[in-house]
Design a protein around this ligand. Structure first.
Ligand code: NAD
Length: 320
């Protein structure tokens, strides 16, 4: 554990759906004082009192650079982004924020010789030309959303900074993520979180995707574990310097409704697909994560049933 204590970590976008849980997990491993959380927003309730917090706009490179030097940062987890559904409403902004923020982080990493950089990609890199089932690590990558285009370009930049400047960059293509601690931030798979809240409060939910839209999904504890396991893997094991496919489960709104009905039998769900249906129609239903399994031992722990039971118990303690 000795080397872990020498690391000083900056989490950018720490108040988001992933950031809150990732920051808390990193603080357990590296020590509270060694993980600096940052975001545009006010500090998230769950982060308060758990370690240092600074306000940061990652679009301001100066500010980022000074922060990295002042806090002796050695690793950056860059999570700030405009997500898929929000991105389609303002493509120019999504491109600008997603790309420029990543380039700022990569430049500072190069200039300050940071030990490691983490930046997540997404299954949104795939497009209508990619295989729908078991989308391979290397395949046709022709995304049709601005979010997907920014993730595809981001992956290329990661590889570029690794090859050209030796920056130790690491990334996974997250599927849709389901969590109970912090709310999702404008993605196409947000329904899979909303449905739990509505099931518990109203016993009815109107879904913005059609009943049989199958998408790759993952429970947050698996996503956090994947992230940390990838970041802690020895550098020589990392053969993919763009972003690894990782997979846990695939389900449709109809199937998650059925899983919740095992606990809340009178849940009613109707389906009124909106513009997010078009986005999800371009993504694969399942992805092939054999490279991640082979290189750094990735293995999920949660399937649909186990995730559903855990979500309900955590959202309403005492729930059976
Ligand atoms: P989120 O929207 O919940 O959180 C992003 C955070 O970044 C927010 O707290 C926001 O305030 C902050 N932020 C935005 N602009 C900023 C700026 N200029 N400076 C500093 N902070 C800023 O997103 P998330 O779901 O936690 O996603 C984190 C990363 O994971 C993103 O790169 C996203 O594309 C990727 N990802 C997420 C999912 C998912 O299902 N949640 C799936 C695939 C990939």
């Amino acid at each position: 554990m000795g080397y872990l204590n020498k690391e000083r970590i900056l989490v950018i976008g720490a108040c988001g759906q992933i950031g809150v849980e990732l920051t808390l997990a990193l603080r357990k491993i590296y020590g509270e004082g060694n993980v600096v959380a940052s975001d545009l927003r006010d500090e998230h309730e769950l982060l308060k009192g758990t370690g240092p917090y600074v306000s940061l706009d990652v679009m301001n490179k100066e500010m980022l650079h000074v922060l990295v030097i002042r806090h002796n940062i050695t690793q950056v987890y860059h999570l700030a982004a405009i997500l898929s559904a929000t991105g389609e409403k303002n493509p120019g902004l999504a491109w600008h924020i997603n790309m420029q923020s990543l380039l700022h982080v990569l430049d500072v990493a190069k200039e300050e010789s940071l030990h490691k950089v983490y930046w997540p990609s997404s299954i949104a890199v795939f497009g209508p030309g990619s295989p729908k089932q078991h989308a391979p690590q290397h395949t046709i990558i022709e995304p049709t959303t601005v979010y997907g285009i920014s993730k595809m370009a981001g992956e290329r930049w990661l590889e570029y900074y690794h090859k050209r400047y030796g920056v130790d960059v690491r990334s996974v293509r997250y599927p849709g993520l389901i969590s109970y601690k912090s709310a999702p931030g404008g993605g196409t798979t947000d329904y899979a979180v909303e449905i739990f809240h509505e099931a518990l409060e109203e016993k009815r939910y109107t879904c913005f995707l059609s009943e049989d839209t199958h998408l790759p999904m993952m429970y947050m504890p698996d996503a956090i574990r994947a992230t940390i396991e990838l970041m802690e893997a020895p550098a020589e094991k990392i053969t993919v310097r763009s972003a690894y496919n990782i997979s846990a489960m695939s389900f449709s709104p109809g199937e998650i409704s059925e899983a919740i009905r095992k606990h809340i039998p009178d849940l009613e769900v109707d389906y009124i697909p909106d513009y997010r249906q078009e986005i999800s129609d371009t993504w694969p239903q399942t992805v092939d994560d054999s490279q991640a399994r082979a290189d750094w031992g990735w293995k999920p722990q949660y399937d649909l049933q186990r995730m559903t039971a855990d979500m309900l118990v955590n959202l309403r303690p005492g729930f059976q």
